[in-house]
Write a protein that binds this ligand. Sequence first.
Ligand code: FAD
Length: 276
Amino acid sequence: MNVLVVYAHPERRSLNGSLKDFTVRHLRDAGHTVQVSDLYAMHWKAALDADDFPHRDPGARLDASLDSRHAFETGRQSQDIAIEQDKLRRADAVILVFPLWWFSMPAILKGWVERVYAYGFGYGVGEHSDTRWGDRYGEGMLAGKRAMLVVTAGGWESHYGPRGINGPIDHILFPIQHGILYYPGYDVLPPFVVYRTGRIDAARYAAICKELGRRLDTLRDTAPIPFRRQNGGAYEIPALTLRPDVAPGQVGFAAHIESPPPSSVVPGEAVDPAVA
Ligand code: FAD
């Protein structure tokens, strides 16, 4: 596979830096072709602003969507954006490696998404009409490709459990996994999360790498999170609310994930809260 690793940590000798290096080495050793976007090393410009559209009329009001659309359609995007889009087109899988900062991704990575996902590339794709809301949530430019998060968190696993104070990790990552990755079409694999990063010694680090290696070995085959497809019949048009007979009574993030077939639920075993 062609794999793009997008890495967002300012310190090469960090845990994230080590996990990024491990990921790249492990994938290459397995025969994959790996490219890395090391955002801090690239001095990635995080803010979407008028400088992204060098050919726009400088006297006109900036319209972040329409200026983006025009630049994308006319091939006049800022070069750093076009280069990252090419990397995404070439990659069969993208892996985002980052520390959880304030319950989300570091700003530099969010800025990568905001700028690289241009109108016509990340959104605004396909027919938009009274009966269709475009190709998104399971369809789009990046459909058929796979995506996975490698995230580190200072908090304990229990803090992110079903009743943990921080909220379930699947809820915290939902805007990234559903809103940023599934939206333009990616099949999103379950995340690889390292908790309690303040307590990592050599033995634990080795165990983390072993497990991460197993996840990388199954990058091609791991079942993605079964998010519901926008155009798969579960949603009413144009409201885009779930049909009353789909997940009746269920609200919130979990409602947008298909239930596992009954046979896959082991009696007495806890079910992932995002799937239950
Ligand atoms: P590092 O600090 O580099 O390393 C962590 C540990 O791993 C250290 O003990 C280090 O010695 C060890 N280590 C690193 N590399 C190796 C190696 N190769 N072999 C063995 N051991 C190694 N946490 C939350 O849970 N939720 C939040 O919302 C949140 N928000 C934050 C916001 C900010 C601005 C900041 C700075 C932190 C926040 N944190 C939060 C904590 C943050 O998630 C962790 O600090 C981060 O995930 C740790 O990753 P790191 O790469 O920076 O680790």
